[in-house]
Design a protein around this ligand. Structure first.
Ligand SMILES: [Zn+2]
Length: 227
């Protein structure tokens, strides 16, 4: 249950990033529950119901309604000697904030039973409804993990690259190829230059006219250069 290697690869990356960031801020955490089997979930569900103690979960084992059963959640505890769940100084809120800044979903944001020492991947929503609809059982879901999941670092680089391409696409100058594409304010000028043979594109049918050049031509025309 405490084996980090049983978690979704992306969650493992985020978990290590979380631990590192917490340590940097002087907050020591340990990792407790990771992947939970059906039987383990049933035992937890019995607490406060058929067994003594207080209710700790709303999720039955057979319903696969805990994110822990899908390998996309883990729990943590305080590991600095002041007590595993000591929260007088809002320790768990601080960790929650760090985790959220990394893109994790924090259990303190659950609408029903708040779960301060809990994190999960934000990719599949708050409950396993989506996972259940798509994969039916955790076993089917595990098979999709393989090695094709990007690491956090790869994801970061990939996102940066996508952004760069988007910016380049936006920055790229528009080239006009056909007279019918031309804006109304430029068409008479371009037509005039074509008619007089002052401007010609790469062929009769292709203007190959960059936006900037078109603007200069129109300015010149308005200045009376092509009378
Ligand atoms: Zn949990």
């Amino acid at each position: 249950m405490r084996d980090i290697n049983t978690l979704h690869p992306k969650l493992q990356d985020l978990l290590y990033a979380l631990k590192a960031e917490c340590e940097k801020q002087g907050l020591k955490i340990g990792i407790s529950e990771c992947l939970r089997t059906k039987e383990e979930q049933d035992r937890l569900y019995a607490k406060g119901r058929t067994e003594k103690g207080s209710i700790v979960t709303n999720a039955k084992g057979s319903s696969y309604s805990s994110m822990h059963q899908w390998g996309v959640a883990f729990d943590f505890y305080r590991n600095d000697g002041s007590g595993a769940y000591e929260n007088g100084d809002k320790f768990f809120e601080k960790i929650g904030k760090i985790g959220k800044s990394l893109g994790l979903f924090w259990g303190g944001d659950f609408k029903s039973i708040k779960d301060l020492p809990h994190f999960q991947l934000a990719d599949w929503g708050v409950t396993p409804a989506k996972l259940k609809a798509e994969y039916k059982t955790p076993e089917n879901f595990f098979k999709t993990w393989e090695n094709n999941a990007m690491t956090v670092e790869e994801q970061r680089k990939f996102n940066a690259l996508v952004k760069q391409v988007e910016e380049l696409t936006l920055a790229k100058e528009r080239i006009y190829h056909y007279t019918k594409e031309l804006p109304d304010w430029a068409r008479p000028t371009v037509q005039k230059l074509l008619d007089r043979g002052i401007y010609s594109g790469v062929s009769d049918s292709d203007l190959d006219l960059p936006e900037t050049l078109m603007r200069v031509l129109v300015i010149n025309d308005r200045a009376g250069l092509y009378k």
